[in-house]
Design a protein. Structure first.
Length: 253
């Protein structure tokens, strides 16, 4: 009986330990704990997960936090320095400076070379993993957002960025991960910010798929909740509120 009790306790402790890994903490939405545990590993994967945890927490804040984004950027750069071939490090870096650019404004972001830096790291990710859906989605968003902010002619001239390329990039992302509700959610944000009237059918379809998807992490659950709120607002016809939600979800102040 005592041996059986010891075995049960040991199994419970082992299960508890396994559940407290950095990745599991992230999945459960314990982002601060996940970040601390991931940093303690001192590995490229740990730094990348710390960056992802910081960014996930950032999306859930009522107001943007530039200092938090800077931390995520730093963690991602540590991951890249430790292992330049780790795709996640490059992706988290691109996401971090993308959010930063929206906070500091287009002129300052251009002065800091954020567009060039983002493209450099997206290309690095695709060189390692040509079929990575997150890298293709990052490239799609890069093309669409630059075309949106700079205008079609200037975006093409300065960066070679076009709306057409962005749409094709997202198509490749969906080919690799067709059921990702997060991809459909971010595709919605990119299209709605660019021209919601021109992409009405695509926005409605992407929101519907995001709203009906199956979340596997706390962040995906949050993204789905946001997508459902957008979809309900879209169906109500309240475009002023819809536009405000899109800007908020993109990280604008």
């Amino acid at each position: 009986m005592k041996l059986r009790l010891v075995a049960v306790i040991s199994a419970a402790l082992a299960s508890s330990a396994a559940a407290s890994t950095p990745r599991d903490l992230y999945v459960a939405g314990k982002f601060a704990e996940a970040e601390r545990a991931a940093l303690a590993e001192g590995t490229a994967q740990g730094y990348a997960l710390a960056a992802r945890s910081e960014l996930a927490a950032e999306t859930m804040r009522a107001e943007p936090c530039l200092e938090c984004l800077k931390r995520a950027e730093d963690f991602a750069l540590r991951a890249i320095a430790a292992d330049p071939r780790l795709v996640e490090g490059h992706i988290e870096y691109v996401i971090a400076i993308g959010f930063e650019a929206r906070l500091i404004g287009m002129i300052q972001a251009q002065f800091k070379g954020y567009a060039e830096k983002a493209k450099e790291h997206i290309d690095a990710a695709l060189a390692v993993d040509p079929g990575n859906p997150w890298a293709w989605a990052a490239l799609g968003n890069w093309n669409i957002e630059i075309a949106q902010n700079g205008g079609a002619a200037l975006a093409r001239l300065l960066y070679g960025a076009t709306l057409r390329k962005g749409l094709a990039d997202f198509s490749k992302a969906f080919s690799a991960a067709p059921d990702s509700l997060v991809l459909h959610y971010h595709y919605t944000l990119a299209l709605a910010a660019y021209d919601r009237n021109a992409f009405r059918d695509a926005i409605a379809a992407a929101l519907t798929r995001a709203a009906a998807g199956v979340p596997h992490t706390a962040y995906e659950t949050f993204a789905q909740k946001s997508a459902r709120e957008l979809l309900a607002t879209w169906k109500s016809g309240d475009m002023q509120t819809f536009d405000r939600l899109v800007r908020h979800d993109q990280g604008y102040p």
